[in-house]
Structure formats: C-alpha cells, structure tokens
Ligand binder design. Structure first.
Ligand code: AP5
Length: 215
C-alpha cells in the first residue's frame, strides 16, 4: 500500500505544531516538521544548524539545499510507513517542485493539504505568549493552553522556553514572508482540488477534531 502524503499549511502561529503531533499519532503518520528539525540542529550546534540559525533569527527561509537534505533523509528512513505529515514544507512554489520530484522518485504524491486559516490579528498574541518544551517540543500558550505547573512542561517537567523568532519584529517579517511566498501554495493546491480549509480560530480540540474527521 502506498504511503499517504498530507501537508499542513498556515501562517506562523496558526497552530500547525500544536496539531501536528496529535494528528500524526492518531493516524500513525510519520511527522516531518522542518522547523523542529532545524531547531534540533541549532541546539546541537551542527554545521547545518549554525547556518540555519542566522536565517531563522530574522524570520527568513533557510537555504533550500539544507532543508532538502533533512527532508530526503527522513522520507528515505521511513519508506513503507502508513503516511507522512509535512509541517513547514513546502514553503513556497519552488519547494513544492522539489517535493514533487522527491515524491515521484518514491512513487508517491500529495493526497491532501490541510490549510489552517487564522487571521493576522490573532497571530501576534498567539506567538508572543507561546512557550515550548525544549525536550519534547510540546507547545503551550500562557493564556489559552497553559501548562499545569507554572512554566514547566506537563510531560517532561523541564522549564519551558520562548523561541528566538517570537520577537514582535521577527513575527512581522515571518508573516510578510508567509503572505508573499507560502500562501500562493494554498491557491496552487486549491486548483488541484486538494485543499481542506480549517477555521483555526476555535479551541485546539475543535480544530483537531475537524482535521481528523477529514483524514
Ligand atoms: P516553523 O517552526 O515551521 O514556524 P512557522 O511556520 O512560522 O510556524 P510556527 O511554528 O511559528 O507556528 P505554528 O503554526 O506551528 O503554531 P503553534 O502550534 O506553535 O519555522 C520556523 C523557521 O524555520 C522559519 O521561519 C524558517 O526560518 C525555517 N524553516 C522552516 N521550514 C523551512 C523550509 N521549508 N524552508 C526554509 N526555511 C524553513 O501555535 C502558536 C501559539 O498559539 C502557541 O502558543 C499555541 O499554544 C497557540 N495556539 C495554537 N492553536 C490555538 C488555538 N486553536 N487557539 C488559541 N491558541 C492556539
């Protein structure tokens, strides 16, 4: 049986990371989150991570050859699995051409694109109050999705951190980049009849239930 290919798209702060892990667990999909994979490289101070950090801190795309290496290795390691969920890739039309080529190599194709729609006005509040577990990557919000215990991860007990790119001026840049480069992908996949549009301005559980009902 061919692996299913799903892509999560949405502006920064739409809730992609919040949803991705649960969807992947529920559907037994391999999760490929380029943001998390790049941040892992930054933390480990790999050569790739050191180059990536300078772009991520400004809210710009990391050069595609670095991202492509990570993606291809992850697909190869997991061939034959039930499905893949991509979070953060592709990020523009040229990355989509690259993904298409990689998938063809493995006789795979994109099944559906889950577009989490959240308006810009909600994004700043979401991102300035976001906290993340450095160990398991679980995402919290200090108003909407608080940890049980002060600023510690519910699952790992380690202190939560604020991402370096969650500064207001960087958020503005990430949003502008999203509208210019990433959103055209939604229009591209809409023409192919592959987009599932989800209203992301509801509770995380409501958003999750709707996504799961479409997969
Ligand atoms: P990446 O990590 O992919 O960042 P992003 O796309 O900007 O998205 P975020 O992770 O900021 O937001 P999210 O949608 O996951 O929201 P979250 O669930 O955390 O990429 C980071 C950087 O890496 C890029 O800028 C780039 O430099 C580089 N990069 C990555 N991929 C690349 C690629 N392919 N090519 C080149 N460079 C690449 O939620 C946000 C907050 O809202 C949280 O606090 C959460 O608790 C809260 N929240 C979530 N859902 C709800 C809800 N329903 N109601 C209320 N609050 C909610």
């Amino acid at each position: 049986m061919k692996s299913k290919i799903y892509i999560l798209i949405g502006p920064p702060g739409a809730g992609k990371g919040t949803q991705a892990k649960n969807i992947a667990n529920t559907k037994d999909f391999v999760l490929i989150s380029t943001g998390d994979l790049l941040r892992e490289n930054v933390e480990k101070k790999t050569e790739l991570g050191q180059i990536a950090k300078s772009y991520m801190d400004k809210g710009e795309f990391v050069p595609i050859d670095l991202v492509a290496k990570i993606i291809k290795a992850n697909i190869q390691q997991n061939l034959g699995k039930n499905g893949f969920l991509f979070d953060g890739f592709p990020r523009d039309l040229s990355q989509n051409v690259l993904l298409d080529g990689m998938l063809k190599e493995f006789d795979l194709e994109v099944d559906k694109v889950i577009y989490i729609d959240v308006k810009d006005e909600a994004i700043l509040e979401r991102l300035t109050n976001r906290r993340v577990c450095p160990k398991c990557k679980k995402v919290y919000h200090m108003k909407f999705n608080k940890p049980k215990n002060d600023e510690l991860c519910d699952d790992c007990g380690v202190p939560l951190i604020t991402r370096d790119d969650d500064k207001p001026e960087v958020i503005k840049n990430r949003l502008a980049t999203y509208h210019k480069s990433t959103h055209p992908l939604v229009e591209h996949f809409e023409k192919l009849g592959k987009v599932i549009r989800i209203n992301g301005e509801r509770t995380p559980k409501e958003v999750e239930n709707e996504i799961i009902s479409h997969i």
